[in-house]
Design a protein around this ligand. Structure first.
Ligand SMILES: Nc1ncnc2c1ncn2[C@@H]1O[C@H](COP(=O)(O)OP(=O)(O)O)[C@@H](O)[C@H]1O
Ligand SMILES: O=c1ccn([C@@H]2O[C@H](COP(=O)(O)OP(=O)(O)O)[C@@H](O)[C@H]2O)c(=O)[nH]1
Length: 231
């Protein structure tokens, strides 16, 4: 199977803990023995710190995004170093797809301003015609409200892609650089358009990603193509 895993920066590098990066590297490396695996890595706290500092210095939103992209690529290098040795992460989808074809494994970060790595993962999944897209993020799925703001928020076990788009649009995620939402609006639209099976799960423990891929066992939200499932 062809698999794209979006590893949130908040999941991979909330701080620089080599053990956590090694654990992700192990899981992705093991999965790559049986599958073609593309990982897309986010920027996390460090990206936000750079973005906040540069905003105070008067940087415009595109400049802030460019800083964020730089940090996602640093994190991609770090994860790459935990697997095959340091390799410069591809900066575009065609280069990533070529690495995936050649090596069966690729790690990349951001691509262009105006989006997050959620959208990179969805676009790469569409480009390489992935069978499965997994968002390993800091929350255990997509909720009807931000679970970190609303203690009564309820998780969707299955969510039609159109409902995901609506929910993300309503949360106003196409905001400024470094903004929070379960996934960004472009990612939600690409997931809807591609119809690729998509899981959103708590990625704090990479074993959850392994189990989801290996046995289909996971706790979180499955985004289903429009018309296939009920919320
Ligand atoms: N409806 C929602 N369901 C789940 N998470 C949400 C929702 N709305 C906002 N969020 C926020 O989305 C964030 C998930 O993304 P984030 O922490 O940036 O992780 P990552 O590093 O994986 O991108 C959480 O901080 C969570 O509070
Ligand atoms: O293709 C990309 C990927 C990332 N970013 C920037 O880099 C930041 C960090 O990326 P990440 O995917 O971690 O976003 P987050 O989940 O932190 O919002 C984002 O907020 C954007 O500002 C971007 O502009 N384009």
């Amino acid at each position: 199977m062809k698999l794209v895993v979006s590893v949130g920066g908040s999941v991979l590098a909330p701080d620089l803990e080599p053990g956590r990066v090694a654990a992700y590297g192990d899981v992705l490396g093991t999965l790559a023995a049986d599958h073609e695996v593309a990982a897309v890595v986010g920027g996390g706290r460090v990206a936000r710190e750079y973005i906040d500092a540069a905003r105070e210095l008067g940087g415009n939103e595109i400049e802030l995004d460019q800083l964020g992209i730089g940090v996602t690529r640093l994190n991609a290098r770090l994860l790459g170093a935990a697997m095959d040795g340091p390799v410069k992460p591809p900066e575009a989808y065609d280069a990533a797809a070529e690495s995936l074809r050649r090596d069966g494994l690729v790690v990349m970060g951001g691509v262009v301003p105006g989006q997050t790595t959620d959208a990179v993962a969805a676009a790469l999944a569409e480009y390489v015609e992935a069978d499965l897209l997994v968002y390993a993020t800091s929350v255990p799925g997509v909720f009807d409200a931000d679970p970190n703001e609303s203690p009564d928020a309820e998780r969707y076990d299955r969510l039609p892609a159109a409902d995901l788009v609506e929910l993300v649009a309503a949360s106003g995620s196409l905001g400024s650089a470094g903004s929070n939402a379960p996934i960004d609006l472009l990612a939600a639209k690409l997931v809807q358009r591609s119809g690729i099976r998509t899981l959103v799960l708590d990625g704090a423990d990479p074993e959850r990603v392994r189990r989801a891929v290996r046995n289909g066992e996971f706790e979180g939200t499955e985004v289903v193509p429009d018309g296939v499932g009920e919320a």
